[in-house]
Design a protein around this ligand. Structure first.
Ligand SMILES: NC(=O)c1ccc[n+]([C@@H]2O[C@H](COP(=O)([O-])OP(=O)(O)OC[C@H]3O[C@@H](n4cnc5c(N)ncnc54)[C@H](O)[C@@H]3O)[C@@H](O)[C@H]2O)c1
Length: 350
């Protein structure tokens, strides 16, 4: 008889415990998963956006995916973005990650996903910062536009993988976010002198690595002159930059088909220009040496965020928790396991 399928739940505390202090390893894992995807060993359909007419700033996104390679896994990230949460003292994003067994299709784990999502996002951003700055002077002046949770993760991953800064500029439309981020920088003994900027343009002009992690739904930075010094831009929030800025930059994305959707800045640029010529290519093209990054114009990395990266990290977390003997299995989760039935009573609930 086949082994009955099991189902476990991994709370955020266990996810954080596994990932704590392992930023370098997470970057390598995420890079490998991204490489597998770029080589065609994945299925990563478009994300599905559930939107609400009565709550236009909120959404829940489904990211189904299948990752191949030596440790294949299927699954789904189901992640909410409710920007209003932060005024209530709750993070914007919350979610779950379901892992499915590629042999039977049975889901075998449900993991808290906001930490996995933030970690994989930061890991790919750090990988991009590294690859995209190899042919230019390594940035030493970081500017952060939108100083929330994702910005914190990216900064933590940067410092943990060897980046140090002389200056860290901060800008946010909510002054309490700047105060909170400054406090985080102080607590983590971050390198660099911190300056708060009243507007994004000043901050960009004084930074050579610019991180966008806002919740802006449409472009709010329009003037290409702010980028005249050619900074490296990690455009994680995807909708901050007007097409004029992208047109004057070297544009790198994680996945072309994913990124040119959902009114991202690259999508708006494609609509304006009627073509994709403004795109230089993907991060995979850079890693493979198919694209050289010029050092005399801005470089903008716009990653849409791929479900396969969540799966890779979720699979690793599950394996670590299982290996430590701390996995919380739900007895009887799959209880109807005979096609034609038996007289057996349902498994008693714990
Ligand atoms: N590309 C990816 O793979 C990926 C993955 C995860 C999250 N994200 C994106 O990262 C962004 C940040 O997420 P978070 O969890 O840190 O959110 P958050 O709510 O914790 O922080 C966002 C901050 O941006 C500020 N902000 C909003 N509009 C602004 C503007 N016009 N100028 C300056 N600041 C502004 C807010 O006041 C807030 O402090 C979101 O847009 C999210 O969708 C991208």
């Amino acid at each position: 008889m086949t082994v009955p399928p099991t189902f476990s739940v991994i709370p955020g505390a266990q996810v954080r415990q596994v990932l704590r202090g392992r930023e370098g390893e997470v970057v390598q894992l995420v890079e490998s998963a991204y490489r597998l995807h770029a080589e065609g060993h994945s299925v990563n359909p478009p994300s599905y956006f559930l939107r609400f007419p009565d709550r236009p700033s909120s959404r829940i996104i489904a990211l189904p995916a299948s990752l191949g390679g030596t440790a294949p896994v299927d699954g789904l990230k189901w992640i909410s973005s409710f920007p209003g949460n932060v005024t209530e003292g709750l993070p914007r994003a919350s979610g779950v990650l379901i892992l499915n067994d590629p042999g039977t299709g049975y889901p075998y784990a449900c993991l808290e996903a906001s930490v996995i999502s933030a970690a994989r996002t930061a890991a790919l951003a750090v990988s991009a910062a590294d690859w995209l700055s190899r042919d230019r002077t390594r940035p030493r002046r970081l500017g952060v536009v939108g100083t929330g949770l994702i910005a914190r993760y990216v900064h933590t991953f940067l410092e943990a993988t060897g980046w140090t800064f002389d200056e860290i500029g901060l800008h946010d439309i909510a002054s309490e976010s700047v105060v909170g981020f400054r406090d985080y920088l102080y607590r983590s003994a971050a390198s660099g002198r911190t300056t708060a900027h009243e507007n994004a343009a000043d901050l960009i002009a004084e930074s050579d690595l610019v991180l966008f992690t806002t919740v802006a739904s449409e472009p709010h930075v329009h003037d290409p002159r702010c980028f005249a010094h050619g900074p490296l831009v990690l455009h994680l929030s995807l909708r901050d930059l007007a097409p004029e800025i992208l047109i004057g930059s070297t544009n790198i994305v994680d996945d072309v088909e994913h990124c040119l959707k959902a009114n991202t800045s690259p999508h708006l640029t494609e609509q304006l220009t009627g073509n994709r010529e403004f795109l230089a290519g993907t991060l995979a093209d850079v890693v493979a040496g198919r694209i050289r990054i010029p050092d005399d114009r801005p470089v903008v990395f716009s990653p849409f965020g791929l479900g396969v990266l969540d799966l890779a990290l979720g699979r690793m977390v599950h394996a670590e928790v299982a290996g430590s003997g701390e996995l919380t299995e739900i007895p009887g989760f799959f209880d109807e396991l005979t096609r034609f039935g038996t007289d057996r009573e349902p498994t008693p609930c714990p």
